[in-house]
Unconditional design. Sequence first.
Length: 393
Amino acid sequence: MRRTKKRFIYTHKIISVIVVLLIVVFVLPYIYWFLKPTTPLSVVVIDKTAGEDYREHRSFMWLLRHWRIVEPRTNEFYDEEKDYYGFQPKDSSYSSLSQLQLQHANLLYIVDTYGVYDYPMEYARYERLIPETYIPISLKYGGMSSDEMQMIEQYDSLGRMSIAEFNTMQDPQLDDRPVQIRLERMFGVRFTGALGRYYDDVNTAARWMKDLYEKQYRRQWDFSGRGLIITVKRKLGDEKPAIIVLESHDLAHTPVIIRNSEHHLLTDTEDNVPYYYFFEIMNVDSSARTIAQYEIQCNQEGKEKMITAGLPLSFPAVVVSDSTERNIYFAGDFADNRVETLLAEYWNVEFVLSKLFSFYYVSDQTRFFWKFYLPMMKQILHESVRQQSGRTR
């Protein structure tokens, strides 16, 4: 009888300890998050490519909620489905110019201006067919207009922070060169015409890339497996290749990494973070400064392909425009990340997951988000809040 009673007490203690641990791990962080004070900050997001999952700007909105940053006038959290300027996927409408409210903003983030297009079929079918068939599409909405650029320049003249990233200087903006030049001047970068992407399987690339390769090299496309594809807009008569394919055997285990620096915006970022998505090769103005850079890691054969194409193995990833460091350009699709909504309200979840991804290998953008994008954005938002506080004193 005594032995049974002792066993019961021992089991009860174990269960109690487990319950306490579960509360500490899964309940208290949410309570602590809820009790933390909010921080008002007026943020304007431009996303002209928003899809039904709002993935193009969702991770940024996740960060705003996670750090309890709210819209100052309403004191409410930013809503990824409505608190941005651009394309509205629910009813296929577009924001009007009057909705670009920058006069009270303290941070502008141009997330994606690629836009939306008319497809001759359902998009899911288009995605399945594009690797094997060239299917023309037409632009419905995208790029930055002259009127929008004028409003952005007026905002910039107030001395407030701006961020832009991959695709801002590219198609369809290339069709409006005057506005593109104004954007380049504002952010201290110039698009070289070269952009690339990591593929888990290069054979899933669009048909037009395969056609371009076959025309250029006069050989059949027979690539498969992981690799990088870089395309370059060439001038007529330029003999350098317009498409470069770096196959698996050309590349190191981690094909592209981001090297950080000691710049204060990158204080808590990790060096040599793997990057597995779109990137572009930019030239940087003399007044601007590169604070993080890409490195393509490849063998001698891969290097020779890049040299023949006149492309560098190292090029800017993050650029600050001038000594004021108000305007920041990301030469990659940084904001396009998958994030779990529930974790936004878990206090200090970044500490747990950043430690986890220090040891756990993933061949996607997960580690980039937790080890580079998140800590960098934390410093940028902190700086924006600090500047806002200085103006309201």
